[in-house]
Structure formats: structure tokens, C-alpha cells
Design a protein around this ligand. Structure first.
Ligand code: SF4
Length: 214
């Protein structure tokens, strides 16, 4: 089975619950939402970069060469590749698994994840409209929203209040901007404090800017 990937590398997790955890990132190719504001269009836009079609067995061998035993299946969009994820989980049962997804696709209940991170798209992402699948799911998950102003923050609040999420563990708010100074935004921090949301910096951008890790 060949798997279209954008990149595979070892680093630290820079966001979400497992920030600072040494991890292997498996970045698949293609996203079903193709948001106009996506910050990694190279992972789904063939005009920028072509996918690497690699045999799944080779990917598993590559994974084994890394130090970490924690695999992050990350956009763009891992749930398009659930058969591939299943095979990796079967071959490497002693690893732990983390998922980063827009969750516009149902998760196969036979898959197992130690951590699920969902990033629902706000109007500011200019994505296609879609229905989030978390509502029907029994998996437990964290949510993260990318915000730049009070309108975005209100949209988050409405989104949480109007949807009957039953399995949210944590909610994260991440600043939209990528420059270092704007990342620490008092308005967003105050909103997080008042609403008991977590603030999430883009640590990798602060530390490395836009360096790509292949
Ligand atoms: S859902 Fe995420 S990865 Fe997919 S296009 Fe939108 S921003 Fe990019």
C-alpha cells in the first residue's frame, strides 16, 4: 500500500496538551477543506509541492529509526488515511498515538488514540462549510480555535454553547498571527481567563519561524 505524505520527521510537539513531548510527525498529503487561510498549503497544493508516494512498509521502517515512541498523525487530513493509520497501529502496538484533525470525517472506532486534537474552522479560515463529526463520537478530545479578534472569540463562544459537545476535555485558543510579538495578545488572554479556556502559543514559530523539518 502506497501512502501519499508531505513529510515525516522527529521533533517536539509544540502545541496542544502534549506540548514539549518528543514526537514523530507523520504529515499526510491532501486536505478535504482546502482553507484559503491554511498556513501549510504545501501539504495539499500540488502547485507548491508534490506529494511523496511512499510504501507504508517503508514509512513504518522510517518510524522505527526515530527515538520517540509517540506518533502524531497530523494534517492535512489524517482521517482521509484511516486504513494506513490502522496498519501502523497494528504494526507498532507499543507506540502511543495522537491525532490532529479538522474532524469533518468520522473516525473508525477500531482506531485508538491517546490524544485527539480537533481544530474546528472559524469564518476567519475561509474554509468550505462542513459539519463537525465530534458530536456523534464517543472519543474524548480537545478543541483548538485560531482567533484574531473579539468577533472570532464570540464565534467560539457561540459554537461551544450551540453545540452539545459531550466529550470535550480542554479548549484552546491560539492567536492567528505568526509574528512573535502579536502572539501574546492581551485581549485573547483575558478572554481565555474569563471563559476558562487555555491559551496556546505557536511555540515552533516563535522558536524557529517557518523552518521546515524534512
Ligand atoms: S483544515 Fe487545516 S489543514 Fe486543512 S486546509 Fe484548512 S487549515 Fe489547512
Amino acid at each position: 500500500m502506497k501512502t501519499p505524505i508531505s513529510e515525516i520527521f522527529e521533533s517536539l510537539q509544540w502545541e496542544w496538551k502534549n506540548t514539549w513531548k518528543p514526537s514523530i510527525f507523520l504529515r499526510f498529503w491532501w486536505c478535504n477543506l482546502t482553507c484559503k487561510r491554511c498556513d501549510s498549503k504545501y501539504s495539499w497544493d500540488k502547485k507548491i509541492e508534490k506529494p511523496k508516494e511512499i510504501k507504508l512498509e517503508k514509512i513504518i521502517e522510517k518510524i522505527k529509526t526515530f527515538h520517540s515512541k509517540h506518533i502524531i498523525f497530523t494534517w492535512w487530513e489524517p482521517l482521509l488515511y484511516q486504513k494506513h493509520i490502522k496498519k501502523i497501529q497494528t504494526e507498532l502496538p507499543w507506540y502511543t498515538f495522537e491525532l490532529e484533525t479538522n474532524w469533518s470525517i468520522e473516525i473508525d472506532p477500531e482506531l485508538t488514540f491517546n490524544q485527539i486534537n480537533i481544530s474546528p474552522k472559524l469564518k476567519n479560515s475561509w474554509s468550505k462549510k462542513y459539519k463537525i463529526k465530534a458530536l456523534e463520537s464517543d472519543f474524548r478530545y480537545d478543541l483548538k480555535f485560531v482567533c484574531s479578534n473579539l468577533e472570532d472569540l464570540k464565534e467560539v463562544k457561540n459554537f461551544i454553547e450551540n453545540n452539545k459537545f459531550k466529550n470535550i476535555k480542554e479548549i484552546y485558543i491560539m492567536p492567528l498571527w505568526t509574528d512573535k510579538k502579536s502572539q501574546v495578545n492581551k485581549k485573547i488572554i483575558n478572554f481565555c481567563i474569563k471563559n476558562w479556556y487555555n491559551y496556546c502559543l505557536r511555540q515552533h514559530i516563535i522558536l524557529f519561524w517557518d523552518k521546515k523539518w524534512v
